[in-house]
Design a protein around this ligand. Structure first.
Ligand code: RIB
Ligand code: CA
Length: 317
């Protein structure tokens, strides 16, 4: 398998950490850099958390840049009830000695995409504010993005609200800009997001591993389990990274999609036209100016779980 040149955009966040660990450790991913955005917690805390995760991964000096401090229009709304006050399960993890890149997130995105001799896959697993700003600030560089595989949205129900998934709901205007960018988009959303889970027993096994990344991951999972009060928790954002390098483990469908940017109860919904071809042609009303998006609708759960476990803990069996 060829290496995939990848940039992550994160709001680290416990499940963002699973994604960063995996991307930093997987031999077929060339992690060019990471951009941070306001989302689960404030962007400065996201930067600090992301640097700590790279420490736990024993990663090389991968550039991490600070991005948007809030959504394009609305206020920040943090998910501390899920990820803890510090966004990382309140584990009091030691501050990293790594330093944030001097460039703003959109400048790092520009430089990494312009500087890459390989096609670049952009994997945002957070609100899309940075990506929208980048598309508007550097449209010529944006044209060079190979594809965007984003964690966000839903062709079914929401989580942050009955209609909307958190990353899209946090900044619907940014999501609308990204969905209409013309860059090929695969949406890894709530239709599959919750399915690759990790049990309390597996977390304990990771924590007792000889591998530092595994120990760190085990501690995070246990914090997540304790906070949510359930015995199995999702690997969440990691699934989008897995979908980028192992498409054979996932199945997708093409839908016309619009992001609801209205102020009503549907704000932040990714409205997917799932009607069959007959109805779509027969009915007089269609989505106005939709984006055509490849939506992940199924996956090989056990293979995706094992891929993560064996990457995080090389001795896993
Ligand atoms: O809805 C799930 C998404 O919201 C994940 O990216 C999680 O980290 C939070 O950002
Ligand atoms: Ca996230």
């Amino acid at each position: 398998m060829d290496k995939t040149s990848m940039i992550l955009d994160v709001d680290t966040g416990i499940d963002d950490a699973y994604a960063v660990l995996f991307a930093a450790l997987h031999p077929n991913i060339n992690l060019l850099g990471i951009t941070c955005v306001d989302g689960n917690t404030n962007v400065d805390q996201v930067v600090a958390n992301t640097l700590k995760v790279l420490d736990a991964a024993g990663a090389p000096d991968i550039p991490v840049a600070r991005g948007a401090t809030r959504p394009l229009l609305g206020p920040s709304v943090y998910a501390e009830y899920v990820h803890g006050a510090d966004g990382m399960g309140d584990l009091s993890i030691e501050r990293s000695s790594r330093t944030v890149d001097s460039r703003a997130a959109i400048e790092l995105l520009r430089d990494l995409i312009e500087g890459s001799h390989e096609p670049v896959t952009l994997v945002p697993v957070a609100p899309l504010t940075n990506i929208a700003l980048f598309l508007r600030a550097f449209p010529e560089s944006a044209k060079k993005i190979h594809r965007i595989l984003l964690m966000g949205g839903s062709a079914s129900a929401g989580n942050a609200t009955p209609a909307a998934e958190f990353n899209i709901w946090h900044d619907p205007e940014a999501a609308a800009i990204v969905f209409h960018s013309g860059v090929p988009i695969t949406m890894y959303g709530l239709d599959v997001f919750m399915r690759p889970g990790i049990t309390q027993q597996e977390a304990a096994k990771l924590r007792s591993s000889q591998s530092r990344p595994a120990q760190f991951a085990g501690e995070l999972i246990e914090a997540f389990i304790a906070r949510l009060g359930i015995a199995t928790v999702t690997l969440g954002d990691y699934g989008a990274v897995a979908a980028a390098i192992h498409p054979e483990l996932f199945s997708t469908e093409l839908f016309d999609v619009v992001v609801d940017t209205s102020p009503g109860p549907g704000r932040g919904a990714t409205i997917c036209d799932r009607r069959d071809a007959f109805l779509r042609d027969f009915e007089p009303i269609s989505l106005e100016n939709p984006a055509t998006v490849s939506v992940v609708m199924d996956l090989d759960v056990e293979a995706v779980r094992q891929l993560w476990l064996k990457t995080i803990d090389k001795g896993w069996s």
